[in-house]
Design a protein. Structure first.
Length: 290
């Protein structure tokens, strides 16, 4: 059976893509940010997932404001990257796993999450930048990647409680897939940021650190917020935290923190990284029984 080995959440600011393209990783502005990923690289080298499920939000590339699903899942064997206007280099297509995607979609719909299934799906910086950060050498990246998209752009947005349940349902779907695959779940975006309006540049360090802490053991603590409260606390784009909450929901076992990094600011964003180990319940039970 497939097992979920862990979860990682990271910021997806487009300027990071520009820094990577220009090789600025050791520049004084960028060094503390990129150095934060070293522990994630070590963990990935040791744990080597076969499949990555990436929970992210599209920014007007594949879905526009005229038609926007609340939840969408890629169901293709390949996903094209396109630049939605940041001038970033376009990556090679990303390999998918349509069969695994359809299993997840069937489980989601069977459990009352009526997702949009996408046999064609363009992916934007929110999908590509986290992969480039986690695997700077694209050749070492897992060969199967499944995009899961949450609307964090056009209100009404799904609540944190709904996103946690969405993630939990994805987690159970992954664990009911027969092939022996090691799966990593990644959530992208956040933490606090606001790109427009009177509060442009808004960052809330206290709330971010609170979220980083709660996400490890008590993600339910974040489900008490309404979307307007989340906008108030994290900024209008800080609601990308929903992707992190869904990622955390997918970790159904005993969860422990491997590493976190918090660095203010990268562009307009409080950048953060969280690496979580998931010890599947079944293994824990087996260990106890043995
Ligand atoms: C920035 C952050 C984002 O999450 C995004 O999608 C675009 C821009 C920023 O801080 O510049
Ligand atoms: Fe974003």
């Amino acid at each position: 059976m497939a097992t979920i080995i862990g979860g990682i959440a990271t910021t997806h600011v487009p300027a990071i893509g520009n820094a990577i393209a220009k090789g600025l990783q050791n520049d004084p502005y960028w060094k503390p940010f990129f150095d934060g990923f070293k522990s994630a690289h070590t963990w990935l080298e040791t744990n080597r997932p076969d499949v990555v499920v990436v929970v992210y939000n599209d920014h007007g590339l594949n879905f526009f404001l005229d038609k926007i699903p609340t939840f969408a899942v890629g169901a293709a064997d390949q996903y094209q990257h396109a630049d939605e206007g940041w001038g970033l280099p376009v990556s090679a297509p990303f390999p998918g796993d349509a069969e695994f995607s359809w299993h997840i979609i069937e489980q989601l719909v069977g459990n009352e999450f009526d997702v949009t299934s996408c046999q064609e799906m363009l992916v934007d910086h929110a999908f590509t930048i986290p992969l480039a950060l986690l695997w700077p050498d694209a050749a070492k990246r897992p060969t199967k990647i499944i995009p899961v998209e949450i609307n964090t752009v056009q209100h009404p947005l799904p609540t944190p409680a709904r996103c946690l349940k969405f993630g939990q349902t994805i987690g159970r779907a992954i664990e009911s897939y027969a092939p022996d695959l090691k799966v990593l779940v990644v959530g992208t975006g956040g933490l606090s940021h606001q790109l427009d309006g009177e509060r442009a540049g808004f960052i809330n360090k206290d709330f971010d650190l609170f979220c980083l802490e709660q996400l490890v053991k008590t993600p339910e603590a974040l489900t008490r917020y309404t979307i307007p409260q989340l906008v108030e606390l994290a900024g209008s784009q800080g609601v990308e935290l929903l992707n992190w909450i869904a990622m955390r929901g997918a970790l159904t076992g005993r969860v422990s923190k491997v590493h976190s990094n918090y660095h203010i600011p990268i562009s307009n964003t409080a950048s953060a990284l969280l690496v979580l180990d998931n010890h599947p319940a079944k293994q824990t039970e087996l260990r106890k029984a043995g």
